[in-house]
Design a protein around this ligand. Structure first.
Ligand SMILES: [Zn+2]
Length: 224
């Protein structure tokens, strides 16, 4: 199988994985994988139905927004994916969802403080929320990058979540974790005041993040 064919299969597998976990519904969310060290990536199509997604439906694009394959139209959030690949050399997979609990918090304009150690290891710390960015625009890419800072996941105001990983497998894991943390945080807020972990005591977990899962440029991590 060629590199391109392999990447198409990986996009389909990741898209079906987040669909089967209930993180996206038909027609929403998107998944992409960078094409090696080229300024190109492969992304799920617009109006993706997930259940019948095939590798030939995946759209090959360049960073100028041009489709390099014929067939379906690319996801309308391709500009946000492009912005993340351009800003972060180490990112090889990006996933955007409207998963329910992440979106609830995004409508409340509430980020997720550090409530579990695994949050620090996989995502880098608190899940922050950006200012409102209009869907399908380049502006949403800037908003996403600001909210991500050096981390691997963020919330998009009144919209959903965005995650990026060194691999698409990392990104799938991060998309699941953002939703799980959002659910836990939302749930604890219903009962009382969640206990927030003090990140001064969590250096061991920060080191694991930096070594294993971080994909931010080095200068972002200096002061972590
Ligand atoms: Zn969206």
């Amino acid at each position: 199988m060629s590199d391109e064919a392999q990447i198409r299969v990986e996009v389909v597998n990741a898209a079906k994985a987040i669909f089967s976990k209930g993180l996206v519904e038909a027609g929403e969310g998107n998944v992409s994988i960078r094409h090696g060290n080229r300024d190109e990536f492969f992304i799920t199509p617009s109006f993706n139905q997930y259940v019948d997604l095939k590798s030939e439906d995946v759209v090959h694009m360049n960073f100028d927004g041009e489709a390099l394959s014929s067939g379906k139209l690319p996801s309308t959030e391709a500009k946000m994916h492009t912005a993340i690949y351009k800003a972060r050399d180490k990112v090889n997979g990006v996933i955007h969802t409207h998963s329910t609990y992440a979106t609830i918090l995004s409508v409340l304009r509430k980020g997720i403080p550090i409530i579990m150690e695994e949050q620090l290891v996989f995502l880098g710390g608190s899940i922050d929320i950006g200012s409102y960015g209009e869907a399908h625009t380049e502006d949403l890419g800037k908003v996403a990058l600001d909210a991500l800072s050096y981390k691997n996941g963020a919330l998009l105001a009144n919209h959903g979540s965005i995650v990026c990983g060194r691999s698409i497998d990392h990104a799938v894991k991060f998309a699941e974790l953002v939703e799980k943390l959002a659910k836990i945080y939302w749930g604890t807020l219903q009962v009382g005041n969640p206990y927030i972990l003090d990140d001064k005591n969590l250096d061991k977990f920060k080191a694991l993040f930096k070594g294993l899962f971080s994909n931010a440029p080095r200068n972002f991590l200096k002061n972590l």
